[in-house]
Design a protein around this ligand. Structure first.
Ligand SMILES: Nc1nc2c(c(=O)[nH]1)N[C@H]1C(S)=C(S)[C@@H](COP(=O)(O)OP(=O)(O)OC[C@H]3O[C@@H](n4cnc5c(=O)[nH]c(N)nc54)[C@H](O)[C@@H]3O)O[C@H]1N2
Ligand SMILES: Nc1nc2c(c(=O)[nH]1)N[C@H]1C(S)=C(S)[C@@H](COP(=O)(O)OP(=O)(O)OC[C@H]3O[C@@H](n4cnc5c(=O)[nH]c(N)nc54)[C@H](O)[C@@H]3O)O[C@H]1N2
Ligand SMILES: [Mo]
Length: 783
């Protein structure tokens, strides 16, 4: 990393305001200015998440049928500004800089160059990217791929590409000859996709937007809503105004979950009226969620035992448990046997607090449970999601209005990509339908997911790596091992919009294929085209570009995939890539034929305000599980980290999260306003007691080392420590800067999601910053 990133002028101030409000408006103005798109930006934003406009390229939160006039948030607007920027990464730019030079640039500097304008190929002789024609680029890539054994080629998808592109992409990979379709979901909600089918028989959440109007209680686990799905604060705020309790479980007091000023409400903007979002905030230990849910279940089951004995009203829903579930008795046995002392130690919160939460939950006729990466990115994520589902099942909180489970997805179409076949598991795709439709056999060998693809790359056994969006080499764990191996891949190809680290750390042959973003007008043979996406609540939305393309040379993702597919798949008269490219409604008809239950009448329904909903069996209390019922699954322990038990008190548990000014590996600025961190991302936030114990002062520079017994030295240096309101033993730091610390093998059991939220680390002091102890800038209140 370039030294520019090291915080010489970093500041820390406690952020005491609500999320949203004037701060949001100011931040929005400055990003529009930074990208030189103030006038156009304002016009474009009016079309964001509107039934006839475009679906935001930031998060995947639901888009209401009756949108606000400004149905966007500060961070969605930032993502828009980033895409419609007037900055360009032109061939002249690439002529002026060698790749070795660009490699020294920070992520922020690379992305700040702007949108790519033409296809480029890496030229080893000059160490530069040089322009070439689309025809030539695609022909060369086609020739390379045809010569490779199909099982040695990987087709990665980040979660932004449309349903149309994603459907074509998976078909291309399978017709080429493999199921190597890892995606960003493998680093994200794959734990959900593995856990929920076993308990409730669906792979996605059951909550829809209308449930917010009928719920009586919201349990909120491990999601930073004010930053990562801010539009969700609107339905939350409305629920709060109806008096609905919101119980939050998070090691950090995230601003958006503490209080919110609606930047869209003139009244709230003029008066300092904040809506308190959480009615109870449990600052649990990192990885303490199984224990916390266990504590709540224990109170509930034991109070219910007592109520039953005393012939009092029951606390559980015995009718639901009897008719709809399996495994209750075994689960209840484990819960009754659980020890409160252990629950308190593991969760980091008191029995009183958990009992209070359980009482509130029990008082609700219908309750919803939402969660994010704080749950899914752990070694025991699948077990924890089972435990959260158990809690809902105890009171029949699946399949009734106002109830349900809501995994808050990441990328704007990550759920949809799965729905149309992006998965390494061949059993997840409707093979018979594809056989009937196209007369070809889906390869039977299980493909590679993200972690497995990384393992093969480390073995130097991958020949070609194609990326439909994303920034693979930066988003994955274990950079110090992965980067040298990545450089040895014979061919890497990026379908992308802006420069990133995977561009400068590249395979031996490397091509950049610049595409249109979703906000841009996509003109094809039959006229301007629309695409579609699925949101976190299983609703499908049409999306139409509204702004002129960043360059006349950009192709759409559909066009790029179609032309690549023509070159690498055997000719098949039933798959007309050209016709699909010319008219996307034909792709939608094909999707409808493959998945009729979800996508029937796709073209007619895609503009339904609020989207059209996919059927979800669990919502109707139909359970597509092995027992035909919803399953209680008892946890085998509460401990978060099975392989890395406590190595002594100097080992701390590190979570790597997003700040307020980034979209994943895309960093817009070095500030994280809501957490009061300015001007740096190379910082670790610690509990004051830990700092004292480890003899650290605010502003000291440390090196973090991973505690792992595989003999590999994983470290990140030049990190500044700061005391913060975080439970003892826990540290917060930023993704992706700290990814070198995550061992590839440190991933969730069952889902293989890298455990980015609990990395065991030791800190060693490099040296104090001059005057650190009395530094007036270091003002964060001790926890
Ligand atoms: N603006 C913006 N929006 C985004 C993104 C972005 O980068 N920027 N990224 C998108 C993507 S792909 C995703 S997946 C989502 C991610 O959205 P989030 O799920 O919010 O992901 P993180 O930023 O990693 O924050 C994790 C949260 O979990 C908490 N946490 C950490 N460990 C634990 C734990 O053990 N238990 C509990 N209960 N909580 C814990 C952290 O304190 C933090 O509040 O956001 C999406 N939306
Ligand atoms: N330590 C740690 N690691 C993590 C996480 C964490 O919390 N902690 N989170 C994980 C999660 S949840 C995720 S989802 C992954 C994210 O991993 P990825 O999805 O691979 O990464 P992104 O940063 O979202 O990808 C950004 C790039 O996408 C390209 N892009 C942007 N828009 C478009 C478009 O419209 N089309 C195309 N084709 N390309 C486009 C741009 O070139 C941009 O540089 O990271 C994971 N890694
Ligand atoms: Mo994600």
């Amino acid at each position: 990393m370039k030294t520019k990133d090291i915080p010489q002028d970093a500041t820390f101030t406690e952020y005491t305001h609500a999320a949203g409000g004037w701060g949001s408006v100011r931040a929005l103005g400055s990003i529009l200015m930074q990208e030189n798109v103030v006038a156009n930006g304002a016009r474009v934003l009016m079309k964001q998440n509107k039934p006839d406009g475009f679906a935001c390229v930031s998060c995947s939160w639901a888009k209401p049928a009756d949108p606000h006039m400004f149905e966007f948030c500060e961070n969605g607007a930032k993502a828009t500004a980033w895409e419609i920027t007037d900055k360009r990464a032109t061939p002249e730019f690439f002529a002026a800089h060698t790749v070795s030079e660009l490699e020294q640039w920070s992520d922020l500097e690379l992305e700040s160059v702007g949108r790519l304008t033409e296809p480029l190929r890496y030229d080893a002789a000059s160490d530069k990217y040089l322009p070439l024609s689309w025809q030539q680029a695609l022909d060369e890539i086609g020739t390379e791929l045809r010569a490779m054994p199909p099982e040695k080629v990987v087709f990665y998808a980040s979660g932004r590409a449309s349903l149309e592109t994603s459907y074509m992409y998976q078909l291309m990979a399978r017709m080429y000859g493999n199921n190597n379709l890892p995606d960003s979901s493998n680093m994200c909600h794959e734990s959900t996709s593995v856990a929920l089918p076993k308990t409730i028989g669906v792979a996605v959440g059951t909550v829809r937007l209308e449930d917010f109007e009928h719920t009586d209680c919201i349990l909120f686990f491990g999601h930073n809503t004010g930053t990562n799905a801010p539009r969700m604060l609107h339905p939350l705020e409305e629920a709060r105004k109806r008096g609905v309790p919101v119980i939050t479980f998070n090691p950090l007091r995230e601003r958006g979950l503490v209080s919110f000023v609606n930047p869209q409400s003139p009244l709230e903007m003029l008066t300092p009226a904040r809506t308190a979002i959480s009615t109870q905030y449990l600052q649990i230990r990192i990885g303490g969620d199984t224990a916390a849910a266990m504590g709540m279940a224990k109170w509930l089951i034991e109070e219910d035992d007592a109520a039953l004995a005393a012939r009092q009203p029951r606390l559980l829903d015995p009718g639901f448990i009897a008719d709809h579930t399996s495994g209750f008795e075994e689960f209840a046995r484990v819960v009754r046997a659980a020890d409160w002392g252990e629950i308190e130690t593991q969760s980091g919160v008191s029995r009183d607090q958990l009992e209070q939460a359980a009482k509130t939950y029990t008082g609700a006729r219908a309750a919803m449970l939402m969660y994010g990466m704080g749950i899914t990115q752990h070694r025991e994520a699948v077990r924890t999601i089972h435990m959260l589902t158990n809690l809902l099942l105890l009171r029949g909180n699946i399949g009734k209005p106002g109830a349900g489970i809501c995994p808050i997805r990441g990328h704007s179409n990550v759920q949809g990509q799965r729905t149309v076949g992006i998965t390494e598991k061949p059993e997840m795709v409707p093979q018979e339908k594809l056989r009937a439709q196209y007369g070809f056999e889906v390869p039977q060998k299980k493909g590679l997911n993200t972690v497995e693809a990384c393992e093969e790359i480390l073995r130097r056994d991958i020949a070609g790596f194609i990326m439909l969006g994303g920034n693979f080499v930066r988003a994955i764990p274990d950079h110090s091992r992965m980067e040298p191996a990545w450089r040895e891949i014979p061919l890497t190809v990026q379908i992308m919009t802006r420069l990133n680290r995977s561009t400068v750390i590249h395979g031996k042959k490397s091509y950049l294929l610049p595409c249109l973003g979703r906000i841009e007008i996509d003109q094809q043979g039959s006229g301007p085209q629309a695409v579609s996406v699925e949101d976190s609540t299983g609703c499908m939305h049409g999306s139409r570009g509204v702004t002129a393309p960043a360059s006349e040379h950009l192709w759409s993702e559909v066009a790029i995939v179609a032309e690549l597919a023509k070159r690498i798949t055997p000719p098949n008269p039933k798959v007309d890539w050209d016709a699909w490219r010319a008219d996307y409604s034909k792709i939608r008809s094909a999707i409808a034929e493959t998945y009729p239950e979800i996508f029937h009448d796709f073209n007619e329904r895609m503009w339904t305000p609020g989207g059209f909903a996919r059927p979800l069996a669990a919502r109707e209390r139909k359970w597509n599980t092995d027992t035909g019922k919803a399953n209680f699954i008892a946890p085998d322990s509460f401990e978060e980290d099975p392989d890395m038990p406590a190595h002594g008190p100097d080992v701390l548990r590190l979570m790597t999260t997003r700040g307020d000014s980034q979209f994943n590996t895309t960093v817009y600025s070095l500030d994280d306003r809501f957490r009061g961190v300015y001007g740096t991302r190379r910082v670790l936030l610690l509990n004051a007691a830990d700092m004292e114990r480890l003899q650290l002062n605010n502003g000291d520079f440390v090196t973090a080392r991973t505690v792992c017994d595989d003999g590999i030295d994983r470290r990140v240096g030049n990190l500044r420590v700061q005391s913060f309101d975080i439970p003892p033993g826990c540290i917060m730091g930023y993704f992706p800067e700290l990814n070198p610390l995550i061992p590839l093998a440190h991933h969730a059991k069952g889902s293989k999601v890298p455990a980015a939220k609990s990395i065991p680390v030791r800190l060693s002091v490099v040296g104090p910053r001059p005057g650190a102890a009395t530094d007036p800038e270091s003002q964060i209140r001790a926890a």
